[in-house]
Design a protein around this ligand. Structure first.
Ligand code: FAD
Length: 414
């Protein structure tokens, strides 16, 4: 694979850009792989990438029923942060955030990581206590975050209205090295690197059955035929329940639609990410100038990739009272994705009752930020049978009552 560089751009500029190669191959499936990953979202692609990079396992296929990055990875609002309450979460999300810092160099692909800072607003006394507690926990975990005053919030984001009609801003939890990245580029960068290592990214290929013999996985049936494998990673976000059913076990999670919308582009108006969880809306400005807006999940389980009108209305109302200047903007697009939510709002990275089958799911409304860390940990789990980063996130925790309660940090959409 030719490296992307300033020199490559200059070279191609002199020959009408005729020398660029395809970023990834479009292979037909082989009869057998050492490992198959189902789902070419960020988590699946990152898992495959670190299987190759960290463990030298490259006879790998990543099988995707649609197009790569077309699930939640290409639909989210790209917020990256690691200010979680519980120690296992902070370890995993901070590993991920730190991998984002060097991802563009590592993948030789510009993922536009922008550590512009994230503020989670406190608008009730309950939230003040919750975020102050998180700031103390983060200090002990070595994750730099800070509790800040309303005045500091206003300095960081002058367009905010501190005296909302329903809830005044009482302060905020500030993570200066949180931010955003270009979501498609994360998927494309990993796909290109996987393809370069000789892995097969197979798109438009749906897994319809998981074949087992004597309690062990032997392969999958797909719309492009049967493919054998020694190990299988299920990394399909909102469709995890379906794939678990195919494997003969059940998962403790629900699938619901989460939606987002963007406004028409405007001149630079804010250079931080703001989450207002009490009124429920969150906002950042894209490099194109659009205001990127996220809201809450639908109140009922569903597999639509649309989301409902009442949530658009509630989200826009929440943001209008927090940022009154938004009331004059036209909205350009709205879309939804299917997120997989667990009871403790923490993910599942786990072995399963089927020998050789591993599952990575339950990232709910907040898994974009976790993509590199999750891939790193899942690859270790699949290669070695355990990982210090995944030990606490096994699915047996729901039977044993060892919940990793992140409802303060993650019980909201982000
Ligand atoms: C509107 C919205 C806003 C969000 N905002 C944020 C945010 O700001 N910050 C954040 O951290 N997170 C956010 N998230 C959550 C984040 O997007 C997800 O947690 C993350 O992208 C999940 O990645 P994934 O790779 O697990 O899943 P996906 O990207 O959904 O990939 C799973 C893939 O599996 C494929 N698949 C499913 N079934 C099969 C099958 N049978 N055979 C083959 N392939 C199959 C799907 O087609 C899909 O491409 C948001 C989500 C949404 C929907």
């Amino acid at each position: 694979m030719k490296r992307y560089s300033a020199f490559a751009i200059a070279r191609e500029a002199t020959r009408y850009h005729s020398g660029w190669e395809r970023a990834w191959r479009a292979p037909e499936p082989k009869a057998k792989y050492d490992a198959i990953i189902i789902g070419a979202g960020g988590h699946g692609l990152a898992t495959a990438y670190y299987l190759g990079k960290n463990f030298g396992i490259t006879n790998v296929a990543i099988i995707e029923k649609g197009w790569l990055g077309g699930g939640n990875t290409g639909r989210n609002t790209t917020i990256i942060r690691s200010n979680y309450l519980q120690d296992p979460s902070a370890a995993l999300y901070e590993k991920s955030r730190s991998l984002y810092e060097t991802m563009s160099q590592d993948l030789n692909y510009n993922v536009m990581f922008s550590p512009r800072g994230v503020i989670m607003l406190a608008q009730t006394h309950h939230e003040v206590r919750g975020y102050q507690r998180t700031a103390h926990a983060n200090a002990l975990q070595g994750v730099p975050t800070e509790w800040i005053s309303p005045q500091r919030v206003k300095e960081l984001c002058p367009i905010i209205n501190l005296e909302g009609p329903r809830y005044p801003v009482l302060g905020g939890l500030w993570q200066a090295r949180g931010g955003t990245a270009r979501h498609d580029a994360v998927a494309w960068g990993y796909a290109r690197a996987c393809s370069d290592m000789g892995m097969d990214v197979i798109q438009q290929c749906e897994v319809t059955n998981i074949r087992r013999e004597g309690g062990k996985v032997v392969g999958v049936d797909t719309t492009k035929g049967a493919i054998d494998c020694d190990k299988l990673g299920i990394v399909v976000a909102g469709h995890s329940g379906d794939l678990a059913n195919m494997s003969g076990f059940r998962l403790p999670l629900e699938s619901v639609a989460l939606q987002a919308l963007v406004s028409e582009p405007i001149k630079p108006a804010m250079d931080v990410v703001i989450m207002a969880n009490t009124v429920h809306g969150y906002l950042s400005q894209s490099d194109k100038g659009e205001m990127v807006i996220g809201g809450g999940t639908d109140g009922y389980n569903n597999y639509t990739q649309r989301g409902s009108f009442h949530h658009v209305e509630e989200t826009v109302r929440a943001l209008n009272e927090t940022f009154p200047m938004l009331s004059r903007l036209k909205m350009l697009r709205q879309w939804g994705g299917i997120v997989d939510v667990t009871g403790d709002r923490s993910p599942i990275l786990s072995k399963t009752p089927v020998d050789g089958v591993f599952i990575n799911c339950g990232w709910g409304t907040g898994g974009f930020k976790a993509i590199p860390g999750s891939g790193w940990a899942m690859a270790e789990l699949m290669a070695k049978g355990h990982s210090p980063l995944t030990d606490e996130f096994g699915m047996e925790r729901f039977i044993e009552g060892r919940f990793i309660d992140e409802s303060v940090a993650a019980g909201v959409a982000h």
